[in-house]
Write a protein that binds this ligand. Structure first.
Ligand code: PLP
Length: 475
């Protein structure tokens, strides 16, 4: 045993496992204590005083005392918490048939057709999975297979998920989460920059990957750079950066898990940069944005509003991502995600590697997704997001508390000067029963991202409570 040497010595964690006698914790105490006694140490709770929820409806959540919390943060229940149409569709499908994608079922094909109709024609195939992480993972494997390259370029504080590969491209998980050896980070776009500045950083990263021998398989970018502190602009930054990667044999993978399904005022986040939307997206594309810039998107610095500029010529094939990854709001809480790609791009992967996801695209998840898509398009939720997002961003800027409010549709990032202040505002709002959170590399950006069906009364309440919270914390 001894001659196995130093490397064979168990780690401290393993020693602890061997040394500590197992004990079944008592099933007593507060809910918070019982939770801590049974859940893995990885779990975190929001807010210094966590919220215990028992119900949700629309943009509202309710605790056991029946108190109403305004949800200004959840992007998953995009068409509203406990949406009755989703609940009915899920219940009916669960009571009828729930299998997987290896049988012929009409709902799967109907939904795939309807979903692909919201994308530019080049994106003509879909693979279903259960979570954004799984879809990111698959997209990266496809990109590596199609390009024969290994390198992946991501933004400096990106988050792309929980699988080994998705975590390896998620620098926001911190220094103890090692990035993959072929992962290179670039600073995210800044609204004050020209679109070409981000592209130049991406080009330099791709060159580094080329020199290392890995080559650039893809630029993987959240189309609104949410975990980088919400960075929707400048318009044009993404396709310009993609052009640099493509010139070096790589692909553009658009992570639409956060901005997708209308949140940013366009059906898909990449459309804000490219004008590549389809008319079938319920007129939700940015092509009709008008002369003043992209509808419902811009940056407010001090009192001055800079609307995001116009995208370039609409619909050029170069403006369409090679792969788009969808998730979160897709099933309004049911676990469904997707990788959208060009047929040719997935051909080799499909022939060489079998992909089967037991629960991905199950009839019950598809039933939920059908209601979501029909609601987003039928009620023009992207248009609504553009209109209401403008109100939220301007209202937040009017408080005078933020150096900048960056926004696209119903996704706003309000810049404060420290993580402590941001957390204090988040907690003060929570005490006033309004739920938001903070984001960004410095944790100093308030992240506001309500369900898409939030209404004007909700926004009045949010702005009133924000004003009071800021007065309490100090502007
Ligand atoms: C941009 C982005 N990509 C991927 C993911 C992973 O999605 P999921 O949590 O469904 O696995 C997330 C989750 O927050 C995300 O924000």
């Amino acid at each position: 045993m001894d001659d196995l040497g130093e490397t064979a010595r168990p780690t401290r964690a393993v020693q602890a496992v061997r040394a500590e006698a197992p004990s079944r914790p008592t099933r007593a105490g507060t809910l918070r204590e019982r939770r801590a006694a049974v859940l893995s140490p990885s779990y975190r709770l929001f807010y210094s005083e966590p919220v215990e929820l028992v119900a949700g409806r629309g943009a509202h959540l309710f605790d056991a005392q029946g108190r109403d919390f305004l949800d200004m943060y959840n992007n998953v229940p995009a068409i509203g918490h406990s949406h009755p149409g989703v609940a009915r569709a899920v219940a009916a499908q669960a009571a009828t048939l729930n299998t997987h994608t290896r049988y012929l079922t009409a709902g799967l094909v109907d939904y795939a057709e309807a979903l692909l109709d919201t994308f530019p024609a080049e994106l003509d195939r879909v693979t279903f999975a259960c979570s954004g992480s799984e879809a990111v993972d698959l997209a990266l494997r496809m990109a590596r297979c199609a390009t024969g390259r290994r390198g992946i370029i991501v933004s400096a504080h990106a988050y792309h998920g929980t699988t080994a590969l998705a975590a390896a491209v998620s620098p926001s998980l911190g220094p103890d989460n090692p990035l993959g050896p072929e992962v290179v980070t670039v600073d995210p776009p800044d609204p004050a920059e020209a679109p070409g500045d981000f592209a130049a950083r991406v080009a330099a990263a791709a060159d580094r990957l080329e020199e290392s021998g890995a080559g650039a398989a893809c630029l993987l970018a959240d189309s609104i750079f949410s975990s980088d502190g919400v960075r929707p602009g400048p318009v044009g930054a993404l396709p310009a950066a993609a052009a640099q990667v493509r010139a070096r044999g790589g692909l553009w993978v658009a992570d639409e898990v956060q901005p997708g399904f209308g949140r940013t005022g366009a059906m898909w986040g990449f459309e804000r940069h490219t004008g590549a939307s389809r008319d079938a997206a319920g007129g939700a594309g940015i092509s009709g944005a008008g002369a003043s810039g992209v509808a419902g998107s811009g940056t407010v610095t001090g009192g001055a509003v800079a609307r995001d500029g116009e995208p370039g010529e609409a619909g050029g094939a170069d403006d369409v991502p090679d792969i788009a990854v969808l998730g979160k709001p897709m099933g309004n809480g049911m676990p469904i995600s997707a990788v959208i790609h060009r047929e040719a791009l997935g051909r080799e992967f499909g022939q060489r590697v079998r992909y089967f996801n037991t629960f991905g695209g199950s009839p019950v998840s598809i039933a939920a997704a059908q209601v979501v898509l029909a609601t987003v398009l039928g009620e023009d939720l992207p248009g609504r997001a553009a209109r209401l997002g403008e109100r939220i961003a301007r209202g937040m800027a009017d408080t005078g508390a933020f150096s900048q409010v960056r926004y696209a549709g119903l996704f706003a990032g309000a810049q404060l000067d420290s993580a402590e202040r941001a957390q204090a505002v988040v907690d003060a709002l929570r005490a006033r029963r309004v739920l938001i959170s903070a984001s960004g590399a410095g944790g100093d950006v308030l992240k506001v991202r309500p369900p898409l069906i939030v209404d004007d009364d909700d926004i009045d309440r949010f702005l009133t409570e924000l004003d009071a919270a800021l007065a309490e914390v100090g502007r």
